[in-house]
Design a protein around this ligand. Structure first.
Ligand code: BDP
Length: 710
């Protein structure tokens, strides 16, 4: 028959489209062992969420085990899987499980005996918890773990786990490197391609429960009725998967869409307009999540245009959403208020005085670092400084400053480093994770956002390894205390299978990849040395307009005498924004960790590092190390040839070659430039840059993907 003729089981190339939900057959021994625990599936279909849960289990188990369990209404054999809530399933109700601390989204998976038969129950208080449980069970199988003798309880530690799409209505994606926007606005609301459902499945599988569909640099048109109908259609696809939609709104929309003369948040007409808009939205989308707002930041309008505060603006929108249960995610990424002041100090100056002034349904969305998604930044001092405000984390998943889609940089270690940072707000152990999950100051409304790296590319993210960054974001939003390594291992097993000869080297490569990028781009606390505007490649010499604080020279401050930004009391005193023990550590040359040295200090090139080397020698060593690390990553990958399907193998191999070439470019251009400033020789044994500085300075790039004027 035709199917057999195509070579059953092997015909499909792995192009990455299936993400970590590949459900390829498990090795025989594991499949045999598991099959006895997946003979029947007793799962309802009364709600849309129940239906997709059942479908996912049939699909997943069928793929992994060779054949799916038999759908059944009752347990009649050993090895049934029983799925539901006490309300949806009499079998689950009869077990009298202790579900009280699981909340709406938590789940329990337990091996039980039902009607005399060993069975596995996946239970929660709500359908959505059960769906998460189904994905949890599938994940166990996919990662090579047994599914007998189970007793698992899980619940998310963060309430709003949200992707922020910086997608424009014209189909482009700001800072997007995976093709065009996945939202086909033109053919919405009628046409709903399967990728919308797959997007929702993928998100639900890692616990993401919200999506902001459009760019923070928002087009007001999104609030027009025609577009709201398109948004409603997407919300309908996502709803069964527990995903709410949110929109980025432009603060001046009452003028642009509403025809008003002002957007002053204290103007009653403006307030009425937003209330009316909220009512209209909720008529179309009863579970609409709320608004994300970038205001008075990088040219966006905001309440300050009317001499009102950020709190006035946020609270006005919050009042419009509150009757419907919506929230406002107000961004703290602002730096325009005091020209001349150290850019990284400005958000704190702006928002700290507003602590306690925000309405109950407002979250302040704070980037992990005080600058802008650099390869490494110290944690944002707003974390730990606003106990009376619900602060949510904003990470960037798309790699705007990390080599775009082609560099293999696993962001787990970056996220973990930020979450584990100790703010010392209430003494030792006051980690950023505890601010974000609300436990430090007792907040109930909590959130974590990730700027999505998703586009219309077949593999969604522009490379297979970028999928790991979407994955790790979701898993850490679910539980910020999980380890980046454990998540990398999970993802690797789901993505490439459980062959130990693959898993170990791939996980090691992933775990080292972020430090490699820091080394070849911005070691020792340097930041923002990327190409002007597009942020592609090195441009440490750039001093062009329109703003000094967009240029590399502003940030590295290299001169004949030394390099680095003095942010101690003798400089901008940004250190003072941290709690005293943290501030003291950062301010002290003796205590500051090497990785933050030039972020906080301007030191001579001859400065003696802990290693005994001079700063200059150490800098050259790090730049070189970064390139060598990428070379090693390439070797590791080459060693996996034959263990990975051809298509994905070749893509990664090609991208690693690009990465190595660009890492070398970064190293050479930065060394050539800094050497032109300090006039020092390279330490012995280090190769000079391949080209003179002028060559690197002559490179220019047009049509760089993801470009935006900001
Ligand atoms: C920067 C991006 C810019 C964004 C801005 C933001 O370069 O495209 O609009 O952040 O977060 O990282 O608002």
């Amino acid at each position: 028959m035709l199917v057999a003729g195509l070579g059953a089981g092997h015909a499909r190339a792995e192009d990455g489209h299936d993400l970590w939900l590949r459900y390829r057959p498990l090795p025989a021994a594991q499949a045999d062992a598991a099959r006895g625990h997946a003979t029947q599936l007793v799962a309802g279909t009364a709600s849309a969420t129940q239906a997709v849960t059942r479908a996912e289990l049939l699909r997943g188990l069928g793929g992994l085990l060779g054949h799916a369990p038999v759908p059944a209404d009752a347990v009649s054999r050993d090895g049934a899987i029983v799925v539901g809530t006490p309300a949806s399933s009499p079998l689950v109700a009869g077990l009298h499980l202790d579900l009280h601390d699981l909340g709406r989204e938590g789940y329990l998976i337990r091996s039980v005996v039902l009607d005399g038969h060993p069975a596995t129950v996946i239970a929660g208080n709500d359908d959505i918890g059960v769906l998460y449980g189904a994905f949890g069970l599938l994940r166990r199988l996919q990662t090579g773990q047994p599914i007998d003798r189970l007793d698992l309880r899980e619940r998310p530690r963060v309430q709003l786990r949200v992707l922020d799409h910086w997608d424009n209505l014209d189909g482009s994606v700001e800072r997007g490197y995976a093709g065009a926007s996945i939202w086909d606005w033109w053919r919405l609301p009628d046409y709903l391609p399967p990728r919308y459902t797959d997007y929702a499945r993928a998100n639900a599988s890692i616990g993401i429960n919200g999506t902001v569909l459009n760019n923070v640099n928002a087009d007001p048109l999104i609030l027009s009725h025609a577009y709201l109908e398109k948004v409603a259609a997407l919300a309908g696809v996502f709803r069964p998967y527990g995903i709410r939609v949110y929109l980025s709104v432009r603060f001046s929309a009452p003028i642009e869409v509403g025809g008003l003369k002002t957007a002053d948040p204290l103007d009653p007409q403006v307030q009425r307009w937003w209330r009316g808009k909220a009512d209209e939205i909720y008529r179309l989308i009863p579970d609409f999540g709320g608004f994300l707002v970038k205001a008075n930041s990088e040219g966006q309008p905001g309440p300050q245009d009317y001499h009102r505060s950020h709190a006035d603006g946020a609270n006005m929108l919050a009042a419009a959403l509150a009757p419907h249960g919506g929230v406002v995610m107000w961004r703290a990424f602002v730096y325009a208020n005091k020209p001349g002041e150290d850019r990284i100090k400005q958000a704190y100056g702006e928002f700290k005085p507003l602590d306690g002034k925000f309405a109950a349904n407002v979250l302040l969305q704070v980037k992990n670092g005080p600058l802008d998604f650099q390869p490494r930044e110290p944690f944002n001092p707003l974390f730990g400084a606003m106990p009376k405000t619900q602060l949510m984390m904003e990470f960037q998943i798309t790699k705007e400053y990390l080599g775009f889609a082609t560099h293999l940089v696993y962001l787990g270690p970056l996220y973990q480093e930020a979450l584990a940072a100790d703010t010392m707000e209430h003494g030792k152990g006051s980690t950023v994770a505890k601010v974000v999950d609300g436990t430090l100051d007792g907040h109930a409304l909590t959130g974590m956002a990730g700027v999505a790296n998703i586009g219309a590319d077949r593999d969604w993210c522009g490379s297979v390894f970028n999928q790991a960054n979407w994955y790790v974001f979701g898993r850490l939003a679910w539980d910020p205390t999980l380890s980046a390594r454990a998540i990398a291992e999970e993802w690797t097993r789901m993505t490439f299978g459980n062959d130990e000869a693959v898993v170990r080297p791939v996980v090691d490569m992933m775990m080292g990849s972020r430090e490699a990028a820091v080394d070849y781009m911005t070691p020792l606390g340097l930041a923002h040395l990327m190409g002007h505007g597009h942020h592609y490649g090195p441009e440490p010499w750039d001093a062009s307009g329109p703003r000094a604080d967009w240029t590399p020279v502003y940030f590295h401050r290299a001169d004949k005498g030394g390099i680095g930004f003095d942010r101690t009391a003798s400089g901008s005193d940004a250190v003072a924004q941290y709690a005293p023990p943290v501030a003291n550590e950062f301010a002290s040359l003796r205590q500051i960790p090497d990785e933050y040295l030039l972020w906080f200090h301007h030191v001579p090139w001859s400065y003696r590092m802990r290693s005994g080397r001079t700063l200059w020698d150490e800098l050259v060593r790090h730049y070189t190390q970064g390139v060598e690390d990428v070379a090693r990553m390439r070797e590791t990958w080459a060693g996996l040839k034959g263990h990975i399907d051809d298509e994905r193998y070749r893509q990664v191999a090609t991208f690693l070659a690009i990465q190595q070439r660009e890492a070398q470019w970064w190293r050479d251009a930065c060394i050539a430039y800094f050497q032109s400033i300090n006039g020092l020789p390279l330490p012995a044994g280090y190769a000079p840059p391949a080209h003179p500085l002028k060559y690197y300075q002559s490179l220019s790039f047009k049509y760089v993907p993801g470009y935006s004027a900001w």
